[in-house]
Every structure is written in structure tokens, then in C-alpha cells.
Write a protein that binds this ligand. Structure first.
Ligand SMILES: Cc1cc2nc3c(=O)[nH]c(=O)nc-3n(C[C@H](O)[C@H](O)[C@H](O)COP(=O)(O)OP(=O)(O)OC[C@H]3O[C@@H](n4cnc5c(N)ncnc54)[C@H](O)[C@@H]3O)c2cc1C
Length: 395
């Protein structure tokens, strides 16, 4: 405990000396650095901050030192995160490589794969895309059809993936591919890493109603993939895919903790937009909703705390399975509550008639819904909780 206290003091000093002032403020999407061959830094200070954190091994503090990570224990990593949060230090590097692929490579990859990919992820050299969903395989992921044929010294990949987030900005894609069509569907899937610069890989951005285009459809047309890019065993990719989804859902459960700029908290918004009488919010319905939301958030925080303690003590817990559903639904509830509190001030999408904070809050309301779909929809999460946590009989 004493060591941990000393570690906290050292971290505090180091952050004080190394985190530029401009990197100690809440950030919006335009302030994030995602690395990769085409990655650009949002500012010179963001570059300096990233490089200092990278050299310290703290872009991913818990990963092993032999691959360039910080080698911190979960307790030390928690201290680092809380010290960063205290001064509002920005996350220096974002990426699906950090959140999803890296943990899967560390668990299932060969030594050569770890040497090749973990370093590159930590150093921000590669940006990864996720190639799971297909036009006919979303919730029912195991029905995927994109196929990889064994050609002796390589795989030949043909097919398509959809909803590939930032596919047109990524260097590599981790894909689930069908390698055996003649067995139970989960048993004929493999996990393959594909360089998106390889001949035959193309991406087409998908236009969204917002006018933006953050997703792509990715096509594979006779793409030759080296055999050494297979993670885990042939036809055993479903296990790797599920392990990776656990990391993805953990991340989703924590969404909102890295709060973007200008976003209001419901209790702050209530003071700004609602009427009070004798210290009480006059609208009884909104008053109840606020109290309910507050109780929910306290329960979520306590459950995160419990999960951390259980993990640190080697206790298996069902909580992480529940938290993707709870965390993303809570974010949706928060956004809806904020809009209800803001009334007509919560209807601004752009322009001078609304403050930047109001516009960001309305936009976050739209975004909050997608997280209840990405990484497995809420309905699918409820099915999983019913089967695996509550062990209810299946219909
Ligand atoms: C923001 C965002 C980012 C994403 N990024 C990526 C990415 O980078 N890479 C990638 O591969 N995919 C990505 N996806 C796709 C995501 O994984 C799928 O959207 C998700 O798995 C749902 O699949 P679907 O869209 O095909 O919906 P469907 O599976 O067609 O589901 C439609 C509706 O039916 C419901 N439903 C389906 N089956 C059941 C059932 N058995 N019981 C009850 N209800 C059911 C669902 O809950 C949903 O409401 C992303 C999605 C979003 C929203």
C-alpha cells in the first residue's frame, strides 16, 4: 500500500512536469489522435504529449514491458488513470488496436505476432479496423460468409464486411472469415489479420443521415493473405472473436468516462434550465427522473468498483457481462434526460442560436443510441444475460 502511495506521488510529479497545459482539458472528437500511417496530430502539444506517454510505455500502461507497454499492475494502472483524470489529462492515443486487437493478440498470438503487432499498436504506428459484421451477419455473427480458402502457402480471401468504422483511415483489419463451410457454423471460422494496402482490398464510405460518413463497406477480392496472419488455430477463430468482444463490451460499458468537451451533467443542467421553488425542482416528473438517474449512476460506479476488486483478487464475476448493457443504456438515459431538462434549448444542431454546449449535448443524444447497437445490441445482451448469468431456460 505504501508502495502504491509512493507510486501515486511519482505519477503526480511526472504528469505535472510532462503533460502540456493544453492537454489538460476535456476533449472533443477533433482533439483525438488515432495513430496509423495516415494519422495526423491535432496539435503540436498533442504530439509532444503522445511521445512522452509512449516513451514511458503509458499509451497502454498494463501491457508487458517486453512489447513496449508500461508493465503496470491493475492497481498502478488505476492510480495512473485517476491521476490523469484529476488534472483532466487527455488520452494520448485512441484505437481499436489498444481496446480490442491487442488483448486478443497477447492471449492467442504467437511470439512473432506479438513482436510485430503489439509494438506497432503501442507506438501508434498502426490503426486497426474491425471486420466482423456482414450484410447478412450482424447479431447472428456466426452466419458470416466472407471466406478464406487455403491455397497452400497463403489464404485467398473473398467477400465483404460492413459497418467498418473508419475503414478508409485504417492500415490493418482484423477479420472473421469462413475457413470451413461444412461444419457447425461457429466451428468453421478463423481470425485473420489483413493489411488494407494489400491488392484486392477496397473500402466504400457509407453516407449517414447526419451527412457524415464514419462507416465503410470493405470488399475483399482475391486478397492473398500470408498464413502467418492467422491468430490462434485454424477454424478456432470463434474463441478469439468472443474474447475480443469481451474487451469491446468492457470498453462500451465505460463510455462517457472520457467525456467530450461541453457536455453537461444532468444535475448541472437542472440548475441552469429548470425552475425551482423552495430549493426543489418544480416539475415533479423531472425531479423523480433526476433522482432515479443519480441512483443508477451510483449503482454503476459501485459495480465498477466491485468488479475491479474482484478482478484484482482473481474472483470470477458476472458483472462485466451485464455492464455493457447497463453502461450504454445509462448513457442513453442520461442524454434523454438532458434533452428533457433543456426543453427547446435541446433542439439545436448547428448555428449561432444555441451555445456550443447545447449543440454538443444534442449531438451526443444522437450518438448515445448507437452504442446500444455497436458491439452487440441491447436485445442480444439481454439474451446473453438471461442464458449465461441468470441461467434461464432457453426457448
Ligand atoms: C457505432 C457502430 C459502430 C460499429 N462498428 C463496427 C465495426 O467497426 N466493425 C464491425 O464489424 N461492425 C461494426 N458495427 C456493427 C455492429 O456490430 C452491428 O450493427 C450489430 O452487431 C447489430 O447487427 P445488425 O446491424 O446487422 O442488426 P441486426 O442483427 O439485423 O438486428 C436488428 C435488430 O434486431 C434485433 N435482434 C436481432 N437478433 C435478435 C435476437 N436473437 N433476439 C432479440 N433481438 C434480436 C437487434 O437487437 C436489432 O434491434 C458497428 C455498429 C455501430 C452502431
Amino acid at each position: 500500500m505504501e508502495d502504491l502511495d509512493q507510486f501515486g506521488l511519482d505519477v503526480r510529479d511526472w504528469l505535472e512536469a510532462n503533460c502540456p497545459t493544453s492537454q489538460r482539458q476535456p476533449m472533443g472528437p477533433e482533439d483525438q489522435y488515432w495513430g496509423g500511417r495516415r494519422g495526423t496530430f491535432p496539435s503540436e502539444d498533442a504530439k509532444v504529449w503522445f511521445e512522452r506517454m509512449r516513451d514511458k510505455g503509458w499509451t497502454v500502461p498494463e501491457w508487458p514491458t517486453q512489447y513496449g507497454g508500461g508493465g503496470l499492475t491493475p492497481q498502478q494502472s488505476k492510480v495512473l488513470k485517476s491521476e490523469m483524470k484529476r488534472i483532466q489529462a487527455r488520452t494520448p492515443l485512441y484505437g481499436l488496436g489498444i481496446w480490442m486487437l491487442g488483448p486478443a493478440v497477447l492471449e492467442y498470438g504467437t511470439e512473432k505476432q506479438k513482436q510485430q503487432h503489439i509494438h506497432a499498436i503501442l507506438n501508434g504506428e498502426t490503426r486497426w479496423a474491425q471486420g466482423y459484421s456482414e450484410p447478412g451477419a450482424g447479431s447472428d455473427l456466426a452466419s458470416l460468409q466472407c471466406k478464406a480458402e487455403d491455397m497452400g502457402d497463403h489464404f485467398l480471401v473473398n467477400g465483404t464486411k460492413i459497418w467498418t468504422t473508419a475503414g478508409d483511415k485504417c492500415d490493418w483489419i482484423f477479420c472473421l472469415v469462413r475457413t470451413d463451410p461444412n461444419v457447425k457454423k461457429q466451428e468453421g471460422i478463423s481470425f485473420l489479420l489483413i493489411d488494407m494496402d494489400d491488392p484486392g482490398v477496397t473500402t466504400t464510405p457509407i453516407a449517414l443521415i447526419s451527412g457524415e460518413s464514419e462507416f465503410c463497406q470493405t470488399f475483399f477480392d482475391n486478397v492473398k493473405v500470408p498464413k502467418e496472419n492467422l491468430i490462434g488455430e485454424l477454424n478456432k477463430g470463434w474463441s478469439v472473436a468472443k474474447a475480443l468482444l469481451v474487451h469491446e463490451r468492457k470498453l462500451m460499458a465505460e463510455i462517457g468516462s472520457d467525456s467530450p468537451r461541453h457536455i453537461l451533467q444532468p444535475n448541472v443542467a437542472a440548475r441552469e434550465y429548470l425552475e425551482f421553488e423552495n430549493g426543489k425542482i418544480t416539475d415533479a416528473r423531472l425531479r423523480d427522473d433526476l433522482v432515479e438517474y443519480d441512483m443508477l449512476m451510483q449503482a454503476v460506479a459501485l459495480t465498477h468498483f466491485r468488479t475491479f476488486e474482484e478482478k484484482s483478487n482473481g474472483v470470477r464475476s458476472a458483472a462485466p457481462m451485464v455492464m455493457k448493457y447497463v453502461g450504454t443504456e445509462a448513457e442513453k438515459t442520461k442524454s434523454e434526460l438532458l434533452l428533457a431538462i433543456m426543453g427547446s434549448r435541446g433542439m439545436g444542431w448547428e448555428g449561432d442560436g444555441f451555445t456550443p454546449q447545447e449543440i454538443d449535448t444534442t449531438r451526443l443524444w444522437a450518438t448515445s443510441k448507437v452504442m446500444t447497437i455497436a458491439g452487440g445490441s441491447s436485445e442480444i445482451q439481454l439474451n446473453l444475460i438471461a442464458q449465461k448469468v441468470l441461467e434461464l431456460p432457453q426457448r
